[in-house]
Design a protein around this ligand. Structure first.
Ligand SMILES: [Cu+2]
Length: 121
C-alpha cells in the first residue's frame, strides 16, 4: 500500500519534470523567418513572429552584394554581414515585442526599396 503510493508520487514527479522540460525547449526554439533580397526589394517569409529568438535565413537572389540588419528606434539588434550575389547567411537574434525594420544597410539600398517591417508580438 505505502510502496504503491510512493511509486505513484514518483511517476507524477517524473511526468511534471518531463512537461517542464518540453515546455522549456518549445519556448526557446527560434522562429525562422526567410528573407529574400534582390534589386531593389527585401521580402520576408512572415510579417509577424512571437517575441524571443528569431532566426533570419537570408538569401541574396540579386546581382549585387547586400546585407540584412534588424533595427528599431535607431538601435541595431542584429546583422548578417555582407552577402555576395547568390549567397546565403543565417543569424539568430533575441527580439522583444515591437515593430522592427529589416533592411539592407548598404549605401542607398534602403531608399531604393530594400526595407520591410517585422512585427514581434
Ligand atoms: Cu542591398
Amino acid at each position: 500500500m505505502m510502496k504503491s503510493r510512493l511509486t505513484l508520487m514518483m511517476l507524477a514527479c517524473a511526468a511534471a519534470l518531463l512537461a517542464a522540460v518540453s515546455a522549456g525547449s518549445a519556448a526557446t526554439a527560434p522562429t525562422a523567418v526567410a528573407v529574400t533580397e534582390r534589386e531593389w526589394r527585401l521580402s520576408l517569409g512572415r510579417l509577424a513572429v512571437p517575441h524571443g529568438p528569431v532566426r533570419f535565413n537570408v538569401a541574396n537572389f540579386g546581382q549585387d552584394d547586400h546585407d540584412v540588419v534588424i533595427r528599431r528606434n535607431g538601435r541595431q539588434y542584429g546583422a548578417s554581414g555582407r552577402i555576395a550575389a547568390g549567397g546565403r547567411k543565417s543569424f539568430t537574434v533575441n527580439l522583444p515585442r515591437g515593430v522592427y525594420y529589416v533592411l539592407c544597410s548598404l549605401p542607398g539600398h534602403r531608399s531604393l526599396g530594400m526595407v520591410s517591417k517585422l512585427t514581434v508580438r
